[in-house]
Ligand binder design. Structure first.
Ligand SMILES: [Zn+2]
Ligand SMILES: [Zn+2]
Ligand SMILES: [Zn+2]
Ligand SMILES: [Zn+2]
Length: 492
């Protein structure tokens, strides 16, 4: 384990610009693993715990059609001429081309000699975040070495592949080692393609390392959540629930709505550890039944959940009839359901998907299962973009229903605040407000109608009275006379 004291010193240097004199956190020995971030005082739900700035940040360059973004300010540029005219092989805007940051990047990449400096190459652009580690101060580089890195067989591949894109790529072992180490740290605790930090329903298109955030340990029900400041890309970490003094502050490395087995596999393969949080030790996942499937016995209406063994292929038990099933048997059911639902998710018609989820899927997969939750999330995302084949009433009722379903699962899991929850609650409020307004409008229209009816009745009464005054015979029910009287009254 790397010394918590040295890590703290280096973090203090890194966070000095925030000038937090009385931080709500400290680095200490963790009960979860090694070292972690602890609360130094009681924290209220929603309170800011800390801010962190990226020690390293660069373009993620995952998709070829997004390579025309400035490597310094990250703004998208016209896709005709965006490469540096100095021949460094990096995209840069005319303003940033004159900045110190680009001067440093430009000198380094020019000295390495890109094979095709005028062509945007995702391997080169992606490497920039890693290569920037070379020009950090010694303390900053030490901080990188203080962070956990999964030094598996693959971590050298990226730099090895990037080397082929340059004529004079550095051969100095120390420099190559800094880059390899940075790749490993980014993959373990940074924001990178291989880290699955899409948990909070927010897009983050960079490759970046936030050192204090990187020290935080994982929990499948994290007690904190983070957002980014758009201008600076600084990270703000808040308490998701009330946190007691001395309690460890945790984040999550996995998606929130995946079952125990999938999370275990991901954490084991990508992060190299086995999670033993309360959710992972509970086969019902705190009563949310995210992994739950129907019992294979058609006469039984029980749910089947995987045993907690830590094995990749555990047995499954029915909670009602207690029948045991093998992992392979249950995976057949899960794969069938996932296939059927994903086929509808990928189809063009949202109406068909909603109909399927509301009326059909419940017959072969419990609505608590993650594949149903995922499908509902994708429906909400598509509704937020508009342009779908649903009428107003269907849009409204679906929004209301699915937002409620998902917040309910979050409550069952004991998940506190998060950006996702805020978004869902906003949708709910909007929809409820819209409904209330509609109700009001309806009530108003009904009132108007009632008023009109009353006026008509009054007019009738008046006419009848007039008729009686002019011709007492009309009062006896002479229709023709009454009509004549009415006509006379109207003319008058
Ligand atoms: Zn720029
Ligand atoms: Zn340049
Ligand atoms: Zn866990
Ligand atoms: Zn059963």
């Amino acid at each position: 384990m790397i010394c918590p004291k040295r890590t703290s010193e280096l973090l203090d240097l890194h966070l000095a610009p925030f000038k937090d004199k009385d931080p709500a956190w400290e680095v200490g020995v963790s009960k979860i693993a090694g070292r972690g971030v602890m609360a130094t005082r009681q924290l209220k739900r929603g309170e800011i715990i800390f801010q962190d700035s990226p020690l390293l940040i660069g373009l993620a360059a995952h998709e070829e059609d997004t390579l025309n973004a400035c490597s310094v300010c990250f703004k998208m540029l016209p896709d005709t001429r965006f490469m540096c005219r100095q021949g460094c092989g990096l995209p840069v805007c005319s303003l940033c081309a004159k900045k110190k940051q680009h001067k440093t990047d430009c000198d380094m990449f020019k000295s390495w000699g890109s094979n095709e400096p005028d062509v945007a190459n995702s391997v080169i652009i992606r490497l920039l975040c890693v290569a920037r580690a070379i020009n950090l101060s010694k303390d900053q580089r030490d901080l990188i070495y203080c962070l956990q890195a999964n030094l598996d067989n693959n971590h050298r591949t990226e730099v090895r592949n990037a080397a082929k894109c340059f004529k004079n790529f550095p051969t100095d072992k120390k420099i190559v080692e800094i880059m390899n180490r940075t790749v490993a740290v980014l993959r373990t605790n940074g924001f990178d393609k291989t880290t699955d930090r899409t948990t909070d329903n927010q897009e983050f298109n960079y490759r970046a390392l936030y050192p204090l955030f990187a020290v935080m340990n994982h929990d499948c029900i994290p007690n904190s959540y983070y957002t980014f400041e758009e201008k600076t890309n600084n990270m703000i970490v808040r308490a998701a629930v009330d946190i007691a003094e001395g309690e460890e502050i945790t984040t999550t490395y996995t998606k929130l709505f995946t079952g125990n087995i999938a999370r275990h596999l991901f954490l084991k393969m990508k992060k190299g550890f086995t999670c033993k949080c309360p959710r992972c030790l509970d086969s019902t996942e705190k009563g949310s039944f995210i992994s739950g499937l129907y019992c294979r016995d058609t006469n039984c209406s029980g749910l089947v959940v995987p045993e907690i063994t830590g094995l990749p292929h555990p047995n499954w038990n029915c909670l009602v009839c207690k029948q045991k099933s093998t992992h392979a048997q249950m995976m057949k059911s899960q794969d069938f359901a996932s296939g059927a639902i994903n086929a509808k998710v990928n189809s063009n018609s949202l109406r068909t998907l909603v109909h399927y989820l509301n009326e059909k899927s419940d017959s072969f997969i419990p609505s608590s299962n993650y594949v149903v939750i995922d499908a509902k999330m994708s429906v909400l995302a598509r509704l937020a973009q508009g342009r779908e084949d649903c009428n107003e009433e269907l849009v409204s009722s679906t929004r209301l229903r699915y937002s409620r379903d998902i917040t309910q699962i979050m409550d069952q899991l004991g998940l506190g605040d998060s950006l996702l929850r805020a978004q869902l609650e906003q949708q709910l409020h909007k929809e409820e407000e819209r409904r209330a307004k509609k109700q009001q409008e309806l009530a108003k229209k009904q009132q108007e109608l009632a008023d009109l009816e009353q006026k008509a009745a009054e007019a009738d009464k008046l006419l009848a009275a007039l008729a009686v005054a002019e011709d007492p015979a009309a009062a006896a029910g002479d229709g023709a006379a009454a009509a004549a009287a009415a006509a006379a009254a109207e003319q008058a």
